[in-house]
Design a protein around this ligand. Structure first.
Ligand code: ADP
Length: 435
């Protein structure tokens, strides 16, 4: 006869429970799960179920069940391994863990006990006796095994675990190399596609220039303001597409370690000035004030001027892009004998702490992609999420580092962001830098 576990427990003195005792049942077979759940629930227990070993461990840690019933053959960790893992945690050292399995041979039972199992029940499940067996183990009952058999079973169990570990490592290694192959194929695909697109685009750009320069067309365009707007739109769009393709090519070179620095003496102030001058129209359109005093910049360093300019341009573009109209951007630098530091600080929307590392990953954009626009500097008009990955690649190839500081993301309060860069004064000393 099935009795209520809650009622039974009231009579057990020191182990008195006012709420039903909890049983966690780890089993991948739905029919067994449902039968055992029904039987034990009917007997007054609270029953939790897990379909896999790792899920069972998680639920056990969270719910601290009074007893764990587990199948042995599970899709991930075996019931034995689940037990060994749980036994290594102080809160489960005395929890009854009972196997409920179709493996009826003695060797299997011995190995389960060697793994730390308290009791061993075999299928088919006997719904008449199951609640009593559970009650027995809950009251401290346990199966026994002779010492000699236990030692033998421990050796077999250790061999089984190591064997499984080896299989898993081999499987992981082969999955890893398949992923690496796929990753390489994707890099090659991106690189080839960008190359293929660049050639016709260069032609389109050239043809548009030829058309514009043809005398009759020039006369026509000059006489019609609408045509001037169309021509400018055409050229801006071509330029934007060229920038995107170049960004993709640069990032794929950086990511495949094909970045080739042309190290030479560089005047950082001059580089910065050149970048700032290119941004003047955008600053004007967006009414953003850029604070930059070239006279305070260090005189000389060694590095790749074009790539450093690209990194700085990306940082300044972002500072403008993520700062509302009328805001401020500060570009400053300092240096000692070894290191040159520069900072791009803005009064914009800021960056959430959890995003501050991820934004340097390629194709990571923290903003709302529906707000993206084709403009590089329109407020919140995002790009491909490549700009900062490119900056990081360039700075690190120079042996430097880049990071961001911000009090968080808040488009109302505008906490701003500061991107900080440290570069060795002489990048030739870094392995990636070649003169
Ligand atoms: P994107 O092309 O999307 O701007 P980036 O790699 O340049 O790509 O930047 C990645 C993300 O980092 C952006 O989508 C944006 O959310 C965030 N971000 C970059 N710079 C700033 C900044 N100055 N202020 C606020 N957020 C920024």
């Amino acid at each position: 006869m099935i009795q209520s576990a809650a009622r039974q427990c009231l009579t057990v003195g020191s182990r008195m429970h006012t709420s039903p005792q909890t049983i966690l049942y780890i089993e991948d077979d739905p029919a067994s799960r449902s039968l055992v759940s029904r039987t034990l629930t009917h007997a007054g227990y609270r029953v939790l179920v897990a379909e896999r070993g790792l899920e069972g461990i998680d639920i056990a840690r969270r719910e601290r069940p009074d007893l764990i019933l587990t199948d042995i053959n599970l899709p991930d960790l075996s019931g034995r391994e689940v037990t060994t893992k749980l036994r290594s945690e102080p809160q489960f050292q005395t929890t009854p863990i009972v196997a409920l399995t179709a493996q009826s041979l003695h060797e299997f039972r011995d190995m389960a006990l060697a793994a730390g199992i308290t009791g061993y029940l075999t299928k088919p499940i006997d719904v008449e006796t199951l609640p009593q067996r559970v009650e027995y183990y809950l009251r401290g009952g346990r199966d026994t095994i002779e010492q000699e058999k236990l030692t033998e079973a421990q050796v077999r169990y250790a061999q089984e675990v190591v064997g499984r570990l080896e299989d898993q490592i081999r499987e992981l290694e082969s999955a890893n190399s398949a992923l690496r192959r796929l990753d390489k194929m994707k890099d090659t695909f991106i690189q080839l596609t960008a190359h293929e697109l660049r050639t016709p685009l260069t032609l389109v750009f050239g043809y548009s220039r030829l058309i514009e320069d043809a005398a009759p067309i020039r006369a026509l365009v000059n006489s019609d303001p609408n045509l001037q707007v169309l021509m400018k739109g055409l050229q801006d769009s071509i330029k934007r597409m060229q920038d995107i393709i170049n960004e993709i090519l640069t990032i794929s070179r950086i990511m495949t370690n094909q970045i080739d620095l042309s190290i030479a003496p560089v005047h950082p102030g001059l580089v910065a000035e050149r970048v700032v001058n290119n941004l003047l129209p955008a600053l004007q359109t967006r009414r953003v004030t850029l604070h930059f005093d070239r006279s305070t910049w260090p005189e000389l360093m060694r590095g790749d001027a074009d790539l450093l300019a690209l990194a700085l341009a990306n940082l300044l573009n972002n500072a403008i892009k993520y700062t509302p109209d009328g805001g401020h951007v500060y570009l400053t630098a300092s240096a000692d004998d070894q290191v040159i530091r520069f900072s791009v600080k803005d009064t914009g929307i800021g960056i959430a702490p959890e995003e501050q590392e991820r934004i340097f990953e390629r194709f990571h954009t923290a903003g709302d992609t529906t707000l993206h626009s084709t403009s590089k500097v329109a407020f919140l008009g995002g790009g491909l999420g490549l700009g900062l990955a490119i900056c990081k690649g360039i700075i690190e190839a120079h042996g430097g580092r880049i990071w961001v500081e911000s009090d968080g993301y808040d488009p109302e309060r505008l906490p701003g962001s500061e991107f900080l860069v440290e570069l060795p004064v002489d990048s030739t000393r870094h392995p990636a830098g070649k003169s």
